[in-house]
Write a protein of this length. Structure first.
Lengths: 489, 75
């Protein structure tokens, strides 16, 4: 099976174009369902984020109601953005990519619509459960059993669908994005069910729970969000620029080395904890080995865009995606250093870790998802984004917002960590160091939320097919009468 | 109950570890790791070939109406 078998000489470009249009159209209902719920949960999650952040500045803010106390609002934020926004946007993107890469119209969309319904009911129940005091004190798995079961059913349906799609794909090369997607679809239901079994349904004893917790927590990032984000970047960057990946060999090496090393990483969250030394050490070694997949991806994305960086001035998809891809490198390299015990001593239990989490899940994953949505939505709805100005506002609000947030939490976290290590400084005094930075973080949260509202407006206008029909794509600058520069081949 | 959970976990480990190894073996056997140059071009089509920006900011292409697949279907 070679790539050429998919293109017999009888196939004309017009036929390929029509075929692609049919494939895109076939994904419309499930993808729009997942995307629309993603945008909804993004707004809900931003609201909880603001509440949690304000409580760091003024601890008594809204504390007269139990369901709005920090201990509930914070996990409500995490789960709304992680499962509600990020995972829904990721699933939507992955469904579209699967259909395109399998070169076959989407089959069994009822499976996916069912999954979307289970998914959203699960998240709603989970967030209500957390707010009403039913949540569990296990980070990333706070959802009560009745909610996590719904999510598992949804994941299971999607995994079955992915295997069916792959089975019926057109013969030919399996593109690197598809490897990432299959890995995410097949591994995640297993990770999720195993962690829930061992922590919620049939809890194992004592300290081992911590190990299971972080085995899951890190793998959710490494074997679910990361593969979907990279799959989108590996498709969108070459596709938008019309230029194949710089080194395809490196991209394949990157995938298999990620599969080999990432699943070991979770135990670096437990440095200094009551765990066997070999367990943590093996994880630290695997974390450092992550340099291989990270550097291969960084080289590939940079070298593919090189020479055409001015395209970032025009293409919304490319601007968001390249921003995300750069932040993947940043956050991964940061994460590798945070796994080194001598540095971890400073950053552990501080806001630095929170900054790192947002650099990964927001600056990397969320920005790539925005980029993917800007590319995919017009193709499946048959309508262009109504306003380049709204997209521009969206980009700058969230780009500046996340930059300020990560910067503030990094600075505040380092000061906090050094103060915590100094026996001459009391615990209460160590908190004082973080105050101005947390205020800045709340400010950045307002910027991000404003950006999300702009995006939600833009998304709704597109769904309603507002405005006049556009002939070409909505590019930055065209609303100001400027004409895009051609690409360098 | 505990025994069932442990059996499930062990089976999961064997199954998911096994499928990953099998996928790697399958990829090597069916030539997925050969002709990588062609592989990298597998996402391009006759009407969206290498050298064409699909967000259509390359000059002459932007003038052609209804370039997008989705809109073409409706016209």
């Amino acid at each position: 099976m070679s790539a050429t078998t998919a293109h017999p000489s009888t196939v004309t470009p017009e036929m390929e174009k029509a075929q692609r249009a049919i494939i895109d159209q076939s994904t419309r209902i499930p993808v729009v369902l997942f995307y629309a719920s993603a945008v909804f949960w993004l707004l809900v999650g931003s609201l909880f984020a603001l509440l949690a952040s304000f409580k760091m500045n003024a601890p008594t803010f809204l504390d007269q109601w139990g369901w709005l106390t920090f201990g509930r609002v914070r996990p409500a934020h995490l789960n709304a953005v992680a499962y509600g926004w990020a995972a829904s946007a990721g699933i939507g993107t992955a469904l579209w990519l699967m259909a395109r890469l399998c070169r076959t119209p989407l089959r069994h969309s009822k499976l996916l619509i069912g999954a979307a319904i289970f998914w959203n009911i699960g998240i709603l129940l989970g967030i209500l459960g957390i707010l009403s005091g039913d949540g569990r004190s296990i980070e990333w798995l706070e959802f009560p059993n009745y909610a996590s079961f719904m999510l598992f059913v949804a994941f299971g349906l999607i995994a079955v669908w992915a295997v069916i799609m792959f089975r019926f794909r057109q013969p030919g090369h399996v593109y690197v994005s598809q490897w990432y997607l299959l890995a995410a679809f097949i591994w995640f239901p297993w990770l999720y069910s195993t962690a829930n079994l061992l922590l919620n349904f049939e809890p194992i004893q004592g300290g081992a729970q911590g190990a299971v917790n972080w085995w899951y927590g890190h793998n959710a990032l490494g074997l679910w969000f990361t593969p979907i984000g990279l799959a989108a970047a590996y498709y969108l960057i070459p596709k938008v620029l019309g230029r194949p990946i710089h080194s395809y060999y490196l991209s394949i090496l990157g995938f298999w080395s990620l599969a080999l090393f990432y699943s070991w990483n979770g135990m670096h969250h437990l440095i200094g904890g009551p765990f066997p030394a070999w367990l943590v050490s093996a994880s630290v070694v695997a974390s450092v080995m992550m340099f291989i997949p990270v550097i291969t991806t960084a080289i590939n994305h940079h070298m593919t865009v090189r020479g055409n960086f001015n395209a970032l001035k025009w293409s919304p998809t490319l601007r968001f995606t390249v921003f995300g891809a750069m932040c993947y490198t940043l956050s991964s390299v940061q994460g590798i250093f945070m796994a080194v015990p001598s540095l971890n001593k400073i950053t552990h239990f501080t806001h630095y870790t929170v900054g790192h989490a947002h650099l990964g899940l927001y600056a990397f994953f969320t920005m790539i998802m925005f980029g993917a949505m800007y590319y995919i939505m017009p193709r499946i709805v048959g309508w262009e984004w109504p306003s380049a100005r709204l997209i521009r506002w969206h980009f700058w609000l969230v780009a500046i917002g996340i930059g300020v947030m990560v910067g503030a939490l990094t600075m505040g976290g380092i000061l906090q960590g050094l103060a915590l290590l100094d026996p001459g400084i009391t615990f209460m005094a160590s908190l004082d160091y973080t105050k101005p930075w947390l205020l800045l973080r709340s400010g950045s949260g307002i910027l991000l939320t404003a950006g999300h509202i702009v995006f939600a407006v833009s998304f709704t206008l597109l769904l309603l097919k507002a405005g006049t029909r556009r002939e070409g794509p909505t590019l930055f600058g065209t609303d100001q009468g400027r004409k895009p520069e051609p690409l360098v081949p | 109950m505990n025994t069932i959970v442990y059996i499930l976990l062990a089976a999961g480990l064997v199954f998911f570890g096994g499928t990953t190894l099998a996928a790697f073996y399958w990829a090597a056997k069916t030539g997925q790791f050969r002709n990588l140059e062609d592989g990298s071009k597998s996402i391009f089509d006759g009407d969206e070939p290498v050298g064409t920006a699909t967000d259509a900011f390359a000059d002459k292409k932007a003038d052609r109406p209804l370039r997008r697949g989705a809109t073409a279907l409706q016209s």
